[in-house]
Structure formats: structure tokens, C-alpha cells
Design a protein around this ligand. Sequence first.
Ligand code: NAP
Length: 320
Amino acid sequence: MSGPIFIGAECMNQEIFDVAIIGGGPAGLSAAIYAGRAHLRACLFEGMSAGGQMFNTSTIENFPGFSIVDGPELSQKMEAQVRQWGTEIIYSHIAKLKREADLFELTNYNEETVLARTVIVAAGSIPRKLQVPGELELAGQGVSYCATCDGAFFRDKDVAIIGGGDSAIEESLYLARLVRQVTVVHRRDALRATKDLQERAFANPRIEFLWDTTVEAIEGHARVEALRVRNVKTQAVTALPVAGVFIYIGMLPNTAFLEGLVELDEYGYVVADESTLTSVPGLFAAGDIRTKDLRQIVTALADGAMAATAAERYLGKRGF
Ligand code: NAP
């Protein structure tokens, strides 16, 4: 294997890393803390900002020890803790991962490469798209996947949220503090979100619900002006005037760079249990990217700790 080493990062001067962590959400950050504490030569690759989905979550109410904490703040604290333990964070997207002769080769979009003995994939997932006309065209012009990032642009305006899960309802409650009216557009007549979130949303006068309704198109000239919605029971198509639409219909795992290397399930998640071991020796999967029942910050943190420990054991058995 050959190729240039990423420039500008101290840890890139290392010839071969003990562990390369791909993804800087809670799973990756936790792995980086544990790897640092185990004195492994570790590097963490993150394409955007540390924290992942956690960074885009306005308020978190189920992180033990904090009755309420905001996502960006928790992300920054974890990031600082990673640096404290000596694992460097490199802001670069890994586009390809290969394994050859017991070593992993990580390549970014500039075709720069690094080598590592073990890899922890913690690349998480990205928001699922609605795939309706207007969604791509008006992205950033009223179409958003992050209420924390964009909510303030809609102060005193009407917005819609699409979805009925925890994310949709949690972010509706957040937006209701900023905007005039939030309309939750949901394709069924019952929410998937936890009961506590449901009760608070139902009690909030600024949140209303459009049940049994799908979005046919997002409409507007230059900016979002309305949604064209269909009632799936009556088939009636109407316009819902809104200045913004926040799409929270679930997530898709970021596994494109792993295809052909490791076993994925039918939905694209890396097949691994709590041990975080994958079908490839030396490759560990942590957080939302792996097959699991409960995708939460606390479960991602546990995965990260487990993956770093598993990597340490793997290296120990091979005399590193
Ligand atoms: P989710 O639980 O998968 O919910 C997705 C929602 O979007 C569902 O209501 C689904 O409808 C709807 N949906 C899916 N595809 C759709 C489409 N094409 N058109 C219209 N609607 C569509 O996703 P999530 O809310 O992002 O949550 C993901 C995971 O993170 C969950 O395990 C959740 O519990 C967790 N989470 C936890 C917290 C928390 O505890 N504080 C916060 C956020 C997320 P149906 O209900 O009809 O399927």
C-alpha cells in the first residue's frame, strides 16, 4: 500500500495507527476517550462537527445525571475530553476503507491515505429524505433536517414537521418555543414517539397535528411557501401554507464506504452485536451504524467504550 499521508495533522506523522475511529458522534467520541486512556495511538476522523446527531439535537432529557442538557454543549464537552486524553480529531471524510495484509487503509476524498491496525466505524447515519418534488430544490431555503440549526430563522412564522417519532416530536416542542405555529404532518393516526413526548406535544397550544397525511410536494418560488398534502383516507389534496418544513422521518446508515468489505444487513447497517465485532477481524462497529434495538446516546457511548476495549484486546493478542 502506498500514497500520501493527510497533511496538517500531528497524528498523521505516525506510521501506522493502533486504531482509527471513523465518525465523531457519541460512539466515536467515547471510543476515542477509551482508546486515549488505554494509551493506544489513535486518531478520530470526522467530516462535520464533533457530536454528530447529538450536536443537532436541541435539548436532551434522557442523559443520566443531567435533567436537561443541550446537544451542542454536550458534544463540545465530549470533544474536549477526547483531546484531553490525547486522541487527535481530524476533520476529513473517509471515502474508502480497505483491508490488506492485516492492515486497514483509510482514504479520504482527496485520495490521501493512512494505515491502521484496527478500525472502529462509528459513522452513524444521515437523515432520510422525503423524496418529493421541491425537497432538493428548496433545501436550505426553508427545507431543513435540523431544528436546532435553522429554527431561529422561522421566528414567529408557521412551520411543518414531518414524522411521528421521537425526533419529530422532540423538535416540534423545541420549535414551538420559537415559531408561531408548528404543524406535525404524520402519515398515520398515532405517533411512534414516547408517551411523555406525546403528552407534552398534545398539550402545547402551538403544536397541531395533521393525521393520516402525506406530503406530495414542497412548493415555493425561491423559498418554501406551502406543502401540498394528501389525506390518505379521503385522498383529498390541500395546500398547507408554511415558511419552513423540518423533515424527521428517520435515518439511513453511513455505510457506503464499507460496501464489499464487511457484512451489512438488508437495511445497510453493519452486522455486529454488543461485542461490536464485525465479520472482519480488527474492524469494530459502534453506535447507530450497527444492527441494534435501541439507538440512543447512552447506547452509542457504551458501544464506543466496548469497541475501543475490543480493539485493545485484539492488538494485545497480536503483540502490539
Ligand atoms: P423513527 O423513530 O424511525 O421515526 C420516524 C418517523 O417518520 C415515524 O413516525 C415514521 O412513520 C415516519 N416516516 C418514516 N418514513 C416516512 C416517509 N417516507 N414519509 C413520512 N413519514 C415517514 O426515527 P427518529 O424519530 O429519527 O428516531 C430514531 C431513533 O432515535 C429512535 O430509536 C428514537 O427512539 C431515537 N431517538 C430518541 C430520542 C430521545 O430519546 N430523546 C430523540 C430522538 C431520537 P411511522 O410511525 O408510520 O412508521
